[in-house]
Ligand binder design. Structure first.
Ligand SMILES: Nc1ncnc2c1ncn2[C@@H]1O[C@H](COP(=O)(O)OP(=O)(O)OP(=O)(O)O)[C@@H](O)[C@H]1O
Ligand SMILES: [Mg+2]
Length: 507
């Protein structure tokens, strides 16, 4: 093994460290004292907005200078400031889309190595190895834009691994993956660590996946201060109460309402309908013989049928890359079907043409609201409260009514303390909640959500699913694309399982 393939694992030390983002009054992370030894494997937990990503970014040395924020105390990687330890840390960002840089898969994985000045003849073997490690064995020329969300996550991981970092920093690396993908990525990380002995800090809300691979759990509380640090056994068992109070997921603790679920999704991966007992309901949207795809010559699925009922919640599940988001966009009237048609009920169309694809965006507002997989693609305002008001202004509601609805949503989705913040500066989980709140504002009859619970801690998850359940019981037709087994257990009244076999043309 060449020297470069086994870099020395990195040591981390924080002494009274903190960081305040420039546009915020309070520090995101405060008074952190932490020592992580070379080769240690740490799971970093904490509620949404606790400062987990902020800490990872600091360790990777990607926080900017004084104009981006204020730093307190000291943070060191191998005894020096992270910015001086270039190439020591490999960071996989929370939003996989934001780090796909180059047009072809191979070039994208090679990018970090090239930046570090790795000799050219060493780069390509590293790239192939990294792609195999993450289970993404595509041709090097494969277009990176054609990857699904989950595939992009594996691509980003491959890029970090190829740099052979002494410190691997992973920010929710499995959040959008199907259950097979989750295991693949976890196992890939395990294999890489076996070989390199690199230090690991991984952030993930759902603990189960990583608990066997890590030896230490570090928890940040809502105010960005350390609230627990120790072995998984001690922290997750003995400090269970503190963790639950802070909103953190703790394995084995049932959700209120006691819905049993299996994190692998196995217990809930059936196609049965759970809506027994509901009265016969009107279908808000129907489709027959539907073929979907983002381009005319690239059919992802064909022969689909869709019956979206008012007063029921439908979940769309299936492996990464199978066309779930494409189906969501098509059902939402944002993408033209390649064959067949999506038809709205007469009541939903209320005077308009029956096909949602023919509606203008203002006509969609009260009829069908769609939240994309990547929330940032939808933000248009400069503040959180402004974002929530955009649709309401388009509907010409008066200021009092707008203020009331905005206020209600801010509270329900725990965004009230962020009312004046810029949407683009929110944490991953906060962005997700804002994007859901923004479509809820105009009270559409049909709501289509792509990965609605992405990045949510236990408390915000419970609040979000309770709100959705209430709206459905009030008559909303809800359609959600999800990999979240707990969500399926709670909101899977109807289930559409897209199969991989029909998606070959896409992969
Ligand atoms: N670039 C930024 N500018 C201003 N504030 C920011 C920025 N990035 C994050 N914040 C704020 O700092 C706090 C911590 O955010 P951070 O992204 O570190 O949280 P997190 O623990 O990773 O949350 P999540 O689980 O939702 O991803 C939040 O209040 C967030 O709104
Ligand atoms: Mg984060």
């Amino acid at each position: 093994m060449s020297r470069s393939s086994a870099p020395a694992p990195a040591a981390i030390e924080a002494r009274g460290w903190g960081w305040r983002h420039a546009s915020r009054l309070r520090p995101a992370v405060e008074k952190l004292d932490l020592r992580i030894h070379p080769g240690e494997r740490v799971l970093l937990l904490g509620p949404s907005g606790a400062g987990k990503s902020t800490l990872l970014h600091a360790l990777a040395g990607v926080h900017g200078g004084d104009d981006e924020g204020e730093e307190y105390g000291e943070l060191m990687v191998d005894g020096v400031a992270p910015s001086a330890a270039r190439g020591r840390a490999g960071l996989v960002l929370q939003d996989p889309d934001s780090q796909v840089i180059l047009a072809r898969v191979g070039d994208d994985v090679a990018f970090g190595c090239e930046n570090l000045g790795v000799p050219r003849d060493e780069i390509w073997p590293r790239v192939r190895r990294a792609l195999a490690d993450v289970g993404l064995e595509l041709p090097l020329e494969h277009p990176s834009s054609a990857l699904s969300g989950g595939q992009k996550q594996r691509l980003a991981l491959a890029g970090a691994i190829a740099m052979r970092p002494g410190l691997l920093l992973l920010d929710e690396p499995t959040a959008n993956l199907d259950p097979d993908g989750v295991r693949e990525v976890r196992d890939a990380v395990g294999r890489v660590l076996e070989r390199t002995r690199a230090t690991l800090v991984v952030v993930e809300h759902r603990v189960d996946v990583w608990v066997d691979l890590v030896e230490r759990v570090v928890v940040l509380g809502r105010d960005g201060r350390l609230i627990a640090d120790g072995t998984p056994g001690v922290v997750l068992v003995e400090q269970r109460r503190e963790l639950l109070d802070a909103g953190v997921w703790v394995p084995g603790v049932p959700l209120p309402g006691a819905v049993a679920f299996d994190v692998t999704g196995q217990a809930t991966a059936a196609t049965e309908s759970g809506s027994a007992g509901r009265s016969a309901i009107e279908h808000a949207l129907t489709a027959r013989g539907l073929a979907i795809g983002r381009r005319a010559n690239a059919v992802v699925q064909r022969g689909l049928e869709l019956d979206v009922a008012a007063g029921a919640s439908t979940v769309i599940t299936g492996p990464n890359g199978v066309g779930k988001s494409t189906l969501a966009l098509t059902a939402g009237g944002l993408l033209r079907p390649l064959e067949g048609r999506v038809e709205a009920s007469a009541a939903l169309a209320s005077g308009l043409k029956r096909e949602p694809i023919a509606w203008r965006s203002r006509e969609l507002l009260t009829r069908i609201g769609t939240v994309f997989q990547e929330p940032e693609h939808q933000f248009v305002a400069s503040t959180v409260e402004g974002e929530l008001a955009v649709g309401l202004r388009a509907l010409r509601l008066d200021d009092v009514a707008i203020a009331a609805r905005v206020h209600e949503l801010l509270e329900r989705l725990r965004l009230d303390h962020l009312a004046r913040a810029n949407p683009f500066t929110l944490s991953g989980g906060e962005k997700r909640r804002l994007s859901v709140a923004a479509v809820l504002a105009t009270r559409p009859s049909v709501l289509i959500l792509d990965e609605p619970t992405f990045g949510q801690d236990r408390s915000t998850w419970i609040e979000l699913t309770a709100l959705l359940r209430e709206l459905v019981d009030d008559g909303l037709a809800l359609v959600s694309v999800t990999h979240d087994a707990a969500f399926i257990a709670r909101l899977g009244d109807e289930r559409i399982v897209l199969a991989a076999s029909t998606a070959r043309e896409f992969a």
